[in-house]
Design a protein around this ligand. Structure first.
Ligand code: NAP
Length: 449
């Protein structure tokens, strides 16, 4: 008997789930073989690894090599360029497959929900990161970077990614796969001050020491923080976070000794300040912040406000999963509603789509393992379900141009070649161009026959 399983999304959660299912199916006591189809809305696999991980953090992207191995397994097929909810519905997938896993990540920005947050010049981190990472949905963003000051809201690792990319010199971004237009636009920008703004204190910040430390080693930017905002020690921090928070504090204490005139760009860490309004008429002209105090981790506004003159505001305050019709959704937390990963019988969610945008790429591994076990424990293979054969027929009838993993390898090769050794790859920015690259390569092969 064969379990036919559809995994929707080809980022870390999707690939770790597929890997875990393969492992269970390989075990001697496995009740059945498996057929796993990974369905992805873009022609390209790897989701967050390709479009979320910062382009100056190439080493993190090497995790895609493990995903690549999974994709090449005999039991696995990649269905790229297929939009669930548009080309095929969840109901149809549940008719075709014994189990369906939603591993769609969290691609949407959470809103600040304060006056002015819809002004031009307020750009959520999902869009901003997508822009410099060449995501087809965001590559046309064209942010106005003709500004002298930028506010990045939030003190998580995404906020640090955004601030660091803005602060980097073109030379530092050379040799990466940053969108060339983004490198040029950032290089032209007269930006001099970048504020990274936490509504609570340094000990509550969720950024990690390794990422924080990078601001001490930048070519054209110096990191600054007011020593008066830093507590003397990390007392009161829960034990499991203590070491990291202590390291953060030590790094910030170093930054407090820096001088603002050391380098042309200043990165200011600002704590105990929550945004209460974005100012401006036709475009962002500033941000109003309220000073806060924190007691037992909880924040209270003091009523005292101040304003920063900034021309760009990037809220990096967390993400939401995109909803899919007929799938229950937890509005408060912005992810699918599940009971221990199960949405309803035979339908599961994994990764950020299950638990929200927290943890590292590796956190999705245990998530995938748990979902794989659920599938084997709770689902029964039904030979009447057509699986892959049925999906292929349905998509062919709807004239959907499916991109296979072999097709992706052609896209991949074209991107690597286009970089001409100047970086790991020059990414395509448009879906049509990716499809064109597949056609061209397939044409070359036919001509060579
Ligand atoms: P995060 O770590 O949860 O940070 C979100 C930040 O936004 C927090 O500082 C939060 O403050 C703040 N925030 C939320 N709502 C706010 C509001 N209304 N006003 C002001 N501030 C607000 O999430 P993230 O930075 O988006 O990262 C997502 C996950 O990916 C994290 O687990 C992160 O570590 C991971 N990641 C890792 C790397 C890396 O390892 N290099 C890179 C990028 C992302 P409060 O704490 O006060 O709520």
């Amino acid at each position: 008997m064969t379990y036919k399983i559809a995994v929707i999304g080809s980022g870390p959660a999707g690939f770790y789930t597929a890997e875990a299912i393969l492992k269970l199916a390989d075990a001697p006591e496995a009740p059945a073989t498996v057929e796993i189809d990974i369905i992805e809305c873009l022609p390209t696999p790897f989701g967050l690894v390709r479009y979320g991980v910062a382009p100056d953090h190439q080493s993190i992207k090497t995790v895609a090599r493990a995903f690549d191995r999974t994709a090449r397994a005999d039991a696995v097929r990649f269905f790229g360029n297929v939009r669930v909810g548009q080309d095929v519905s969840i109901g149809e997938l549940l008719e075709l497959y014994d189990a369906v896993v939603l591993a769609t990540g969290a691609a949407l920005d959470r809103q600040l929900g304060i006056p002015g947050d819809g002004l031009p010049g307020v750009i959520g981190s999902a869009a901003f990161v997508g822009w410099y990472n060449c995501h087809p949905d965001h590559v046309g963003l064209d942010p106005d970077l003709d500004v002298r000051a930028v506010a990045v809201i939030g003190v998580g690792n995404v906020a640090l990614d955004v601030a660091r990319l803005i602060a980097r010199s073109p030379a530092e971004l050379a040799g990466t796969d940053t969108h060339p237009e983004a490198v040029a636009a950032l290089g032209r920008s007269p930006v001099r001050d970048i504020y990274i703004i936490g509504r609570r204190g340094p000990l509550e910040a969720t950024f990690t020491p390794q990422e924080l430390k990078e601001f001490g080693e930048m070519e054209r930017a110096v990191a600054l923080v007011d020593a008066a905002q830093l507590p003397g020690d990390a007392a009161g921090v829960p034990e499991k976070e203590f070491t990291a928070k202590k390291k953060n504090l030590a790094i910030l204490q170093d930054y407090a000794r820096n001088r603002g005139d050391e380098k042309p760009v200043r990165v200011h860490f600002l704590f105990h300040a929550r945004p209460v309004g974005i100012l401006g008429g036709e475009h962002v002209a500033g941000i109003r912040l309220e000073r806060t105090v924190v007691e037992d981790g909880r924040l209270t506004g003091t009523g005292e406000t101040f304003t920063l003159d900034v021309g760009l505001v990037v809220p990096a305050i967390g993400y939401r999963t995109a909803q899919i019709s007929d799938v229950p959704f937890n509005e408060d937390h912005g992810h699918f509603e599940t009971r221990d990963g199960q949405v309803r019988p035979r339908l599961y969610a994994a990764g950020w789509a299950r638990r929200g945008p927290t943890g590292t790429i590796g956190t999705n591994k245990s998530d995938g393992q748990a979902i794989a076990r659920h599938i084997f424990d709770e689902c029964t293979p039904d030979p009447a379900r057509q699986g892959r054969r049925g999906l292929r027929a349905l998509l062919a009838a709807r004239k959907v141009e499916v991109v296979s993993f072999t097709d992706w390898q052609l896209i991949d090769a074209a991107e690597v070649e286009a970089a001409q050794g100047q970086g790991p790859r020059l990414k395509f920015t448009q879906v049509d161009d990716m499809l064109q690259a597949v056609h061209a390569a397939a044409g070359d092969k036919d001509a060579a026959k």
